[in-house]
Design a protein around this ligand. Structure first.
Ligand code: CA
Length: 347
């Protein structure tokens, strides 16, 4: 009996040898566990939508062998520290908006949006089909991370104001939360500009720490309750199409099996497109109900004189960065050249 068992063991062992090829493939797909940090609290859809959807897709497409755990801001408490955490390797991935790294590198702002610049279709086409992603990567190479498009909000509203803005003088002395290059433009027009994370926006407005703020659009803004304090709701000029990014630690990505790299890239592009459509739908829904459900909201467009001053200040800010910064100039010129063609077609 013992002999027979040993004999069977030998048969099983030889069968295993013939499986070596397949087993090697399996070994290459050993389980990978990553963590991803979002700038947003987990409940802040649609900004918080792409990362969890990505994690599910990646797990499904790898039979559960590539698992990405998503942490919202409530977990890591560093909404504006995503680039540093991915660079340092505490998180393999992040999901955020490039213009939050303005203090490190002004060029990063252009990969999110800039006043009077591209629409979502124009920016997406520039990124995927006109060399934009290569330019974005050149900038992010300096931080040891890969950057990929991570979803677009489309045009954002110009923000909530306590008082109506009738002239450029009405902007003077205003304290406003407005990030990116738009903040510098407003600063030139006399506004005191700050950036405040999502969780503190309503309190800051309510307590008078700020007089005005911009956030995203009706779907996200109305939920925050800004209209209760600042009922003048202005149409957009400063964020014609704000792109989010997935950031990935380069060393970690380079060590992934090629199949997992391909899965990750495919899933990032899919959830990026998905966020744009999700946000468009949510905005359309919220806008259609706004007049009846929140009759105190006064939708306004900045007067032509004010818009003209904003455009002039924007051109001054952009040109002065381009004059002193070759990296900024290369990206800005590439975007402007693409816009000249793209805008004619958009019209
Ligand atoms: Ca915004």
């Amino acid at each position: 009996m013992k002999k027979l068992l040993f004999g069977m063991a030998a048969v099983v062992a030889s069968a295993a040898i013939t499986l070596t090829g397949a087993a090697q493939v399996e070994a290459a797909e050993k389980k990978v566990r990553w963590k991803l940090a979002m700038t947003w609290p987990s409940t802040l859809t649609p900004l918080a939508s792409p990362a969890p959807k990505l994690a599910k897709m990646v797990s499904d497409m790898t039979d559960g062998n590539f698992v990405i755990k998503v942490d919202g801001k409530e977990k890591h408490k560093a909404a504006l520290g995503i680039l540093d955490m991915v660079k340092g390797g505490q998180y393999e991935m992040g999901h955020s908006a490039s213009y939050y790294w303005k203090g490190k590198n002004i060029t990063t702002t252009l990969f999110t949006t800039a006043p009077f610049m591209m629409t979502a279709a124009e920016l997406g086409s520039w990124l995927y089909y006109a060399g934009g992603m290569e330019l974005m990567q050149k900038t992010y190479d300096q931080y040891g991370v890969y950057a990929f498009p991570g979803g677009n909000t489309g045009v954002q509203m110009g923000g909530w104001f306590r008082k109506e803005i009738k002239t450029v003088d009405d902007l003077k002395g205003l304290k406003m939360r407005i990030p990116g290059i738009a903040g510098e433009v407003f600063a030139k027009l006399g506004v005191t500009v700050t950036n405040i994370p999502a969780g503190e926006l309503y309190t800051s407005l309510d307590r008078g720490t700020i007089d005005a703020l911009e956030w995203v659009g009706p779907a996200m803004d109305i939920k925050m309750g800004f209209h209760k304090v600042a009922p003048y709701y202005y149409t957009g000029w400063h964020e014609p199409a704000s792109d989010m990014q997935f950031l990935i630690n380069k060393k970690k990505f380079d060590r992934l099996p090629p199949k997992f790299q391909a899965v990750l890239k495919t899933a990032m592009q899919a959830v990026s497109a998905d966020m744009y459509f999700e946000n468009f739908g949510m905005s359309a829904e919220a806008w259609s109900k706004m007049k009846t459900e929140f009759p105190n909201i006064k939708v306004k467009t900045f007067p032509p004189e004010v818009l003209k001053a904003m455009k002039k200040a924007t051109d001054d800010v952009m040109e002065s960065y381009a004059a002193e910064n070759a990296e900024f100039k290369a990206v800005y010129n590439s975007q402007k050249a693409f816009m000249e063609k793209g805008r004619e077609w958009s019209k």
